[in-house]
Design a protein around this ligand. Structure first.
Ligand SMILES: Cc1cc2nc3c(=O)[nH]c(=O)nc-3n(C[C@H](O)[C@H](O)[C@H](O)COP(=O)(O)OP(=O)(O)OC[C@H]3O[C@@H](n4cnc5c(N)ncnc54)[C@H](O)[C@@H]3O)c2cc1C
Length: 417
């Protein structure tokens, strides 16, 4: 172990609920390290490699339980010490950040230039970091217009399990030809190495935002209205159905958002829609995000399907949930075919049964369902990821190249690799 990484290391109580390994603290908990530079990160990972320690990268910890449970952690690598703004070229619409930079702080730093990173994550309030956001691979309602975080990444610096620093895009230290490593990191849950720095594309802050709301208790009605607004020239930035109402958001100048809201409400398929008052808009989207997050004891699923399949799959979900003694609520990015399902009440057996049977139905419709938050006891009865996709052999071989000893978040993608 180098003197530098030894100095960074400390044993702390608590930590992830998984099996600690030989390099762990004296009380059996994993050790922690909080590097404050790229060099310190590389040194810490090199030392961990020499000791064959398994690694868990952590940002703010808001999504550490997503994916299959990690089976062993010797060293928790906290990214909070890597939280600097490296560069901001406002005229080029780009920003360079260290991966532990909280999204909320980045937005504050971009705002004076009239810019923002168009990422919705409500976990920003809890300090969610850019590295965690990329590795978590989630997207929010406004992806409809702006894409996900992975679409905004123009370059990344990664530290692999053995401490090797790899840069992709932009300025090259060591390039790995043929792979878009930044894209590989999106949704990697820390299993391929640590994201240390990111170069990102930013957007102009919208001058104005407005939201149209339509009471829509039925998935078919919501789908018809969503299709009408997507076919129109109104260009919404988000179209979301929460099982009770459809929310349609517009960005632009004051005049254009006012006109879009008015014209949207005039579409025959949106009869009865109304533009939310300014003081209703943010609370409506916050309530929407809270439904997606779920509560303690809930099981939360994320599904991707063709948008047109929603009504049939929603009906199937309700039938299966009822048969399993649980309640099911859906929040759907209806124009994107991305849905979040929250299972509540009943027993863990019911949650697992509804998840497994609904996943089968979605899979038969060419969609996928992954497990996010879960009620205690569900992991023992249901898989996190479902059937392996056709890309699994490729992912396995990439994992073998980047982390041959399987030390980065082992078990996270089980049973795929
Ligand atoms: C209601 C809701 C809406 C959301 N909407 C969006 C959205 O619109 N867009 C969006 O992007 N996300 C969204 N998210 C998810 C959000 O992605 C996570 O909360 C966030 O990714 C976690 O950041 P964190 O710093 O807390 O990461 P952590 O919880 O600490 O880590 C998350 C995962 O990433 C790994 N990890 C963390 N840092 C690194 C790193 N530097 N390198 C490699 N691996 C790392 C961890 O091991 C873990 O597997 C949403 C979440 C919720 C609950």
């Amino acid at each position: 172990m180098t003197e530098e990484s030894q100095a960074l290391r400390e044993d702390v109580p608590g930590g992830p609920e998984n099996r600690p390994g030989p390099g762990s603290g004296s009380d059996g908990s994993p050790s922690r390290v909080r590097p404050t530079s790229l060099a310190e990160t590389a040194a810490a990972l090199e030392t961990a490699a020499a000791e064959q320690q398994s690694l868990l990268f952590t940002g703010a910890g808001t999504a550490l339980d997503w994916g299959a449970p990690v089976t062993r952690t010797d060293l928790v690598v906290e990214t909070g010490g890597l939280d600097r703004l490296i560069s901001h070229a406002a005229e080029d619409w780009t920003v360079g950040v260290e991966a532990g930079m909280p999204l909320a702080r980045l937005q504050e730093q971009l705002a004076p230039a009239g810019q923002w990173l168009p990422v919705d994550a409500p976990t920003a309030k809890a300090g969610a970091t850019l590295g965690g956001l990329l590795a978590g691979g989630d997207v929010g309602p406004r992806r409809l217009k702006y894409g996900g975080l992975s679409d905004l990444v123009i370059g990344a610096t990664l530290v692999l399990a053995d401490g090797t620093v790899v840069r992709t895009g932009g300025d090259v230290i060591k390039n790995v030809a043929g792979y878009d490593l930044a894209k590989l990191m999106a949704g990697s849950f820390g299993a391929f190495g640590m994201v240390a720095r990111l170069n990102l594309r930013v957007h102009p802050l919208p001058e104005s935002t407005t939201t149209l709301a339509l009471a829509a208790l039925d998935a078919g009605q919501a789908l018809t209205a969503a299709r009408a607004v997507m076919r129109s020239p109104l260009e919404p930035v988000a179209v979301e159905w929460d099982g009770e109402r459809l929310l349609i958001r517009f960005h632009g100048t004051e005049d254009s958002t006012a006109a879009r809201g008015r014209l949207g409400a005039e579409l025959p398929e949106l009869a009865g829609a109304r533009v939310l008052d300014a003081d209703e808009e943010e609370p409506a989207w916050e309530a929407h995000a809270a439904k997606i997050a779920g509560e303690e004891g809930d099981t939360v699923l994320r599904a991707a399907t063709r948008p047109a399949r929603l009504p049939a799959l929603h009906a199937k979900l309700q039938e299966l949930a009822e048969g399993s003694g649980v309640r099911a609520a859906i929040v759907s990015g209806i124009a994107q075919g991305l849905h979040t399902v929250v299972l509540r009440g009943g027993e863990a057996e019911g949650h697992a049964a509804a998840l497994t049977a609904w996943r089968q139905a979605v899979h038969e419709s060419d969609g996928s369902v992954t497990l996010r938050r879960r009620r205690e006891g569900v992991d023992a009865r249901a898989e996190s990821w479902g059937p392996a996709p056709a890309t699994t052999p490729l992912l396995r071989s990439l994992k073998q190249q980047f982390d041959p000893d399987d030390r980065c978040a082992p078990g996270r993608f089980a049973p795929w690799f």
